[in-house]
Structures are given as structure tokens and as C-alpha cells.
Design a protein around this ligand. Structure first.
Ligand SMILES: O=C(O)CCC(=O)C(=O)O
Length: 290
């Protein structure tokens, strides 16, 4: 592991702005292997979805999202529990250890809509503002194929609001002065880079105007010791974490530090299946006789 990454200036940039791109955190040959693993996992997870792009919801036209691929596909696990990425996340947050909240592929399909402005943490059940996402591109990402853009310093603005980016209309965050007055900073990236952002940083992404899917994988981490809010989310509902309790289970294992080469075993699949999560086929589960 490269002990110089993240550098002190990358750490201060993250703390001040709420995002930072770490160039070349992964080797290109590693990225190629992980891109294939995630592609396989996404193909498997979406194999029952036969809809055309224009039949999808506005949100699905902005992001094809498959959650907790580390549970489905063993070859995704070395990426979602990558020591260099986990160690960087912990260093940026300034904590001793991080747990995974969940991982997910975020593909923006050819012609995909923009990702609307939002903060991530209001979608999660984590009380403390000690969360961070690692966004890992599988190709070079420019404005025309869906680059990210961040509102610098918005993680420290005191704002913590649920923006409904799922309906494609009535975006709460567009009404906020923080969003209207600030200037989003575009972050283009290339293979090998990892772009980190704080869970409270307002961000969005450009539409994908190209004919090729923009493929990225993300890993969301939180500082070990964080506690649960009342917000319902599979990462705490599945293992039955009580409101106010420390979030710790085999669904949110320690991501860093771990012994070299050690990867966690996934928990049992959700029963009944949850849309978008492992085991989901897109069909309502059949009722069984009592
Ligand atoms: O990939 C995108 O377009 C958006 C990413 C995002 O919102 C996130 O990682 O939190």
C-alpha cells in the first residue's frame, strides 16, 4: 500500500471542499479486472429486466444502479474491500476504521439523463456526518459522458435534506440557496482515479451524450462506531439494527483495516427479496401457503 496516498494536501482539499480526486490510486490492469467483474455482476443482476431504455423511469434513465454486488459476485469483493481505497477513505474522514454501508454499480447508459443535485447521507440511516463515497470510473469520464460535479464546501453548510431525485421532477435541492448560489465544480476523471466525496456534499452529474454506457462502481463507507437513525434502509433493517445502536453486522463489515487478503463472507440474502438488492428478480415474490 502506498503510504503517501492520500497526501496531506488531498486530505485538506477533501476537508475543505467535501470532495477530492485521487489520481492513479488503482493500477490500470487492476481496473480492467474489476470492470469485468462488475460488468458480470450487473449483467447477472439485471438479466430479468427486459425493458428498453425509453420504458425505464426518469431515475433509471439517469442511473442504472445495482446495490451490494459484493454479496452476489466474489470477484467484486476485492474492489469493494480494496485496502488502498478503504485506507484512503479512513484517512480522508480522519478515523481509525471504516465499515462498508453498501457498494453499487452506477452506470449511466448511452443517452442517460443528468444525475440531479443531491446529498447522499439523507438516503442512509447513519446519524454522524462521518460518511464518504469512493466513485471508481471504469473509463475516462468527461463532461460529455457524465462527469460528476460538486458544490465546494456544501458538506459543511449545515444542510441535510432529502432530495427526491427518483421522480425526475420537483427536486427539493434546487430550491435551496446553497444550491442556487454556489458554483458546481466539474470533476473529470480517468481510469485508475478514485473520486471521493463526503456524504453531505451536494453533487450532480452531467448527462451521457455518447453512445456508450458510462460505467462506475462506488463504495460507501462510514466511520466505525456510527449509530442508526430512524430512517429505514436495508443496510440496517436486514440485520435488525435498533435505532440509536451502533451499526455493525455482517452486512456492514469493517472494510479497513483488515488482515492482508482477507475478504468478508456475505450474509444470507434478504427474504423476501428487496428491489435492487441481492436476489431480486424484478418479480414480486410468490406467496406461499402458510
Ligand atoms: O454516478 C453518478 O452519476 C452520480 C454519483 C452519485 O450521485 C454518488 O456516487 O453519490
Amino acid at each position: 500500500m502506498d503510504p503517501s496516498s492520500p497526501t496531506p494536501s488531498q486530505i485538506s482539499a477533501f476537508r475543505e471542499s467535501g470532495f477530492v480526486r485521487i489520481p492513479g490510486l488503482l493500477a490500470i490492469d487492476e481496473v480492467e479486472v474489476y470492470a469485468e467483474a462488475v460488468e458480470r455482476a450487473v449483467a447477472n443482476r439485471t438479466r430479468h429486466d427486459l425493458r428498453r431504455f425509453d420504458q425505464k423511469t426518469p431515475y433509471e434513465q439517469s442511473l442504472q444502479q445495482c446495490l451490494n454486488l459484493w454479496e452476489d459476485e466474489p470477484s467484486v469483493r476485492p474492489l469493494s474491500f480494496h485496502p488502498r481505497i478503504g485506507q484512503s477513505a479512513a484517512a480522508l474522514l480522519g478515523c481509525e476504521a471504516v465499515r462498508i454501508w453498501h457498494d453499487q454499480s452506477l452506470y449511466k447508459e448511452a443517452g442517460g439523463r443528468a444525475t440531479s443535485p443531491h446529498q447522499d447521507q439523507p438516503y442512509w440511516s447513519i446519524a454522524e456526518p462521518l460518511t464518504i463515497t469512493a466513485w471508481i470510473p471504469f473509463q475516462d469520464v468527461r463532461q460529455k459522458n457524465g462527469a460528476l460535479a460538486f458544490l465546494p464546501g456544501s458538506h459543511n453548510s449545515g444542510l441535510r435534506e432529502f432530495a427526491n431525485i427518483f421522480s425526475g421532477e420537483g427536486l427539493d435541492l434546487e430550491a435551496f440557496p446553497e444550491t442556487r448560489q454556489g458554483v458546481f465544480e466539474k470533476v473529470e476523471s480517468q481510469r485508475g482515479d478514485v473520486v471521493f466525496h463526503h456524504g453531505l456534499t451536494i453533487h450532480r452529474a452531467y448527462p451521457n451524450e455518447t453512445e456508450v454506457s458510462r460505467r462506475a462502481h462506488t463504495v460507501i463507507y462510514f466511520a466505525d462506531g456510527c449509530t442508526r437513525t430512524a430512517f429505514k434502509h436495508p443496510s440496517v433493517e436486514r440485520p435488525g439494527i435498533a435505532v440509536g445502536s451502533k451499526i455493525a453486522s455482517d452486512l456492514t463489515p469493517i472494510a479497513w483495516p483488515r488482515p492482508a487478503g482477507d475478504l468478508p463472507e456475505p450474509p444470507d440474502r434478504p427474504e423476501p427479496p428487496i428491489p435492487g438488492w441481492p436476489g431480486w428478480t424484478g418479480r414480486k415474490p410468490r406467496r406461499t401457503a402458510p
